[in-house]
Design a protein around this ligand. Sequence first.
Ligand SMILES: Cc1cc2nc3c(=O)[nH]c(=O)nc-3n(C[C@H](O)[C@H](O)[C@H](O)COP(=O)(O)OP(=O)(O)OC[C@H]3O[C@@H](n4cnc5c(N)ncnc54)[C@H](O)[C@@H]3O)c2cc1C
Ligand code: SF4
Length: 332
Amino acid sequence: MMRLPWFEHRAPSTVAEAARILAGEGPAAMLIAGGTDLLPNMKRRQMAPKVLVSTKKIAELRKNGDRVGAGTTLTELINKKDLPLGLRQAAHQVATVHLRNMGTLGGNLCLDTRCNYYNQNYEWRKAIDFCLKKDGEICWVATASKRCVAASSTDCAPALIALGARVRLVSSKGEREIPVEALYNNDGIEYLKRAPDEILVDVTIPDETPRSTYWKLRRRGAFDFPVLGVGAAARFAGDGTVQSARIALGAVASRPFLVEKAGEFLLGKKLDDATIAEAGRIAASRAKPMDNADLDLYWRKEVAAEFVGYSLRELRGDDMREVRLRVARQII
Ligand SMILES: Cc1cc2nc3c(=O)[nH]c(=O)nc-3n(C[C@H](O)[C@H](O)[C@H](O)COP(=O)(O)OP(=O)(O)OC[C@H]3O[C@@H](n4cnc5c(N)ncnc54)[C@H](O)[C@@H]3O)c2cc1C
Ligand code: SF4
């Protein structure tokens, strides 16, 4: 049985109080929301914070109006019918019912990066002399690399990036608001541009929300981390011409990212099959999956164009229920 290391537990009731604790304790403290990512990581000794600062009692993080509070659980997100479909589809495909009941939006956006050589227990990692991300000196995926290439595995981030959403970060020094894509570094270790004492408080989604969707590739349809995530959103003129489009990819780099070129390519065009295929090709050319996750690396890269195609077909109004079922059953 894997046991948790010892830690001190603090449960502030305001963001300001939490920010003060984080500032005082420094990097030895970490926030904990649902704990569905952090606690398993602590059991595997990938993280050993001395102080856990719980967000559970902070009402401000659960407020939902113009902004979606970071403490909103994934189940609550799914049930909020006024939220864009793409975000709700992404939340719905995270983990399992129990984990979605516990897991929060903030925790999902700050999820640790993943790698087959890292998401193992302490003894397993010790047997290979660890790796760059924790306790070791080499990256087993790219042995010449000085950078960890573990994969970003958050489902909600690509959906929010496609929607042009922004996150608000608060610390004892002040606050700042940045686009979701600007929260991430393409680095498996320093994957967040969030300072250790910053609290992700909420997310704003632009008022004029376009049509949106999220498609996910994983081995098991029941639950699994993504090995590819596609968030797409577009706004159309009355004649079906694309007025704006954003396509974001997840799980094919250490950060989720916007493929600007694919969105630009779609501007002023109608989503006919040829246009969709070309947008898929452009987006897939940016996918850089590594050999550190499930399913064949080359196939994952190839299939990215198909998944962008599925998302654009759904945005143009095709009935994609059958394809979604096939994807869930891995008949693709
Ligand atoms: C079996 C299993 C399957 C899973 N499958 C998926 C999946 O398919 N897709 C997916 O995306 N995730 C998956 N997860 C991961 C996880 O359940 C979700 O991402 C969940 O949303 C994490 O939220 P949490 O509140 O539990 O985060 P926590 O575990 O509490 O925290 C995660 C990280 O976020 C930080 N954090 C939390 N809240 C804040 C905040 N407000 N501000 C700043 N930092 C914060 C924590 O310090 C920690 O570093 C899975 C987990 C398990 C165990
Ligand atoms: S990508 Fe390399 S350094 Fe990063 S977790 Fe995997 S093996 Fe470790």
